[in-house]
Design a protein around this ligand. Structure first.
Ligand code: ZN
Length: 284
């Protein structure tokens, strides 16, 4: 952990970390070094907002956001000064006492969350998979709901799987130039759920999932997605013959128009992959 939180880092607005997790740990470490106690005003897989335990009267704030389209985190707000005193901090309720009844502040009004007071020097020693420090305002968190850190983990795992299957170039393109605030939520959900969860399940190999996808996407007549998954099928080790036979097989169940369209799409993708040096055609 120490390796990811170099002490000499000077905190300031615009400071970057390679992930929200790293920024969060560095912030907790910094707060521990300064013997500050903060409370989490808002946290999910894209944000980590903290303020002073004293509440809105004290201006101390640090807001970390994950930058658009990446997992890189940026400090968007950094007000390091406390106007309160250490005595005020020492009256804060330590973490082991559980959630407190904080005064209503702007963050709660805006986001409907209750900040849980955190004794930073205790918290920073916990595993990175430690549960989150904010809870819904009125009802206890339902067990079935994933915590923001679980979601972040799923997203990170999903991004990795997605990169392994589809290649960095494709994923970078999907996550950057094509996305805006209209399409970004879908990208995030797909990365988290499809790639982070389903693709990482046991029971089927990646090759089997790829083969299944070729049949499914042919049946659905989704040529754009089929193109993506033909690339994934090659990266997952399926042969051109297996891809071709999956499509030929689908003719029986999906009809010739769907299978012919899939053949054209797959042939085009395999050709493009060869042109890019990503694959050597076998069936030409
Ligand atoms: Zn303060």
């Amino acid at each position: 952990m120490a390796a990811t939180t170099p002490r000499k880092n000077k905190w300031h607005k615009g400071k970057r970390f390679s992930s929200l997790e790293e920024g969060r740990e560095a912030l907790i470490q910094e707060a521990a070094d300064r013997q500050d106690r903060f409370r989490v005003l808002k946290e999910d897989h894209k944000r980590f907002f903290v303020g002073c335990v004293t509440g809105p009267q004290c201006p101390y704030r640090v807001h970390l956001y994950v930058r658009q389209d990446t997992t890189e985190a940026t400090v968007n707000r950094y007000i390091p000064r406390h106007t309160c005193d250490q005595k005020t901090h020492s009256e804060g309720v330590p973490l082991e006492s559980g959630p407190t009844e904080p005064t209503i502040d702007d963050a709660q009004v805006l986001h409907g969350t209750i900040g849980v007071m955190v004794k930073a020097e205790e918290n920073h020693t916990e595993e990175t998979s430690a549960p989150l420090l904010s809870v819904p305002a009125s009802t206890p968190r339902r067990k079935s709901r994933k915590s923001p850190s679980q979601r972040q983990t799923l997203y990170d795992r999903g991004l990795q799987t997605r990169r392994e299957v589809l290649g960095n170039q494709h994923v970078d393109r999907s996550l950057s130039s094509k996305t805006n605030s209209f399409s970004r939520p879908m990208q995030e959900i797909v990365t988290e759920f499809a790639w982070g969860n389903v693709w990482n399940r046991e029971g089927l190999s990646r090759q089997q999932r790829s083969l299944l996808n070729i049949g499914l996407l042919t049946a659905l007549n989704r040529s754009t997605e089929l193109a993506v998954h033909v690339r994934g099928a090659i990266n997952n080790g399926l042969s051109e013959i297996e891809i071709r036979e999956a499509i030929v097989h689908s003719l029986v169940y999906c009809g010739a128009p769907a299978a012919m369209d899939a053949t054209r799409t797959a042939d085009r993708v395999l050709g493009e992959m060869q042109d890019n040096g990503e694959h050597e055609r076998v069936l030409t």
